[in-house]
Write a protein that binds this ligand. Sequence first.
Ligand SMILES: *Cc1c(COP(=O)(O)O)cnc(C)c1O
Length: 370
Amino acid sequence: MAARPTAAPPSTSPRLREALAALPGYRPGRPAPTGPDGASYKISSNENPYPPLPAVLEVVQAAAAQLNRYPDLTSADLVDALARALDVPREHVVVGPGSVAVLGQVLQAVCGPGDEVVHAWRSFEAYPIVVALSGGTAVGVPLGAGGRHDLRAMADAVTERTRLVIVCSPNNPTGPAVGADELEELLDRVPDDVLVLLDEAYAEFVRDPAAADGLRAYRHRPNLAVLRTFSKAYGLAGLRVGYAVAHPPVAEALRKTAVPFGVSSIASLAAVASLAVREELMARVAALVAERERVAGALAAQGWALPRSEANFLWLPLGEGAEAFAAACEAAGLSVRPFPGEGVRATVAEPQAGDRLLGVAARWRAEHAS
Ligand SMILES: *Cc1c(COP(=O)(O)O)cnc(C)c1O
């Protein structure tokens, strides 16, 4: 047989959108390294250390037998279960394959080329990426003291071009939640035709009674939408389910911008099953909150000045030492998340991981205390 003629190599490659050139890729947390004793802990991605509950696993296994079928387009059972659990109308609930995907739907719904999106910075690294993908311009407003959102500066940053204000509470990666009062003040100042999105990926870990509660605030604010996820407190990060709660015009727009059949039947059933065993899951969350307070208290006793965390992670403001600290963690079998020049984010997980982190942190202080 004659050899197939090969096509001439292209002189140019296909034209890609310019917005992509400037985009950093999303950086996932590193896998767990192996420590000197063979043990290792991945505390770089804010995952839940507990495996799925048996009741959830059973549903997942049974659902696998139906994989030849498409899922229900609207995930109606999950939407119903969420509406009941959250005490909101079902028309207000939109689910998607992870809350980052729902965030993408929000951008698709409100933001086009030339539009501006105000968010805090440093905050969740997905924000500038999804904004750039939409063709819009991300306006990062520096955090204030203590790793907190500076909501007044964010309100000041709103212009006629602003289509969306994203508030991350608790803030990833620094940990503080925004206060209910300061959120109301922001909402009073942002024009009614600008959507405010409250990203509450860690809502279930919040214990400060003065913290904002998106589900309470959105009821009297037609321009406030709430974003939540099953990835953190509910421990379903691998299945990809998140949701938004918003008033009908916004919720309808989010349904229009969804990828059809985005939430798999397995993910949807697992989320419904998780809501049914919510109390058991929230007991795990309470244990993680107790562990957070233990580790944060011990770090403070070592002399660390940490921002107040209301989430399942702690922020060590190491500045230029971030990468060296992360390397020391790695040598001890811990993968943390360094932000070069800024700090290190460490997930609250197994107590053994917390003990190791405390060991590395104590040695660091002994070596670096001036
Ligand atoms: C983890 C996280 C999410 C959740 O992402 P999923 O896509 O639901 O897994 C959303 N927002 C923030 C700030 C997060 O840290």
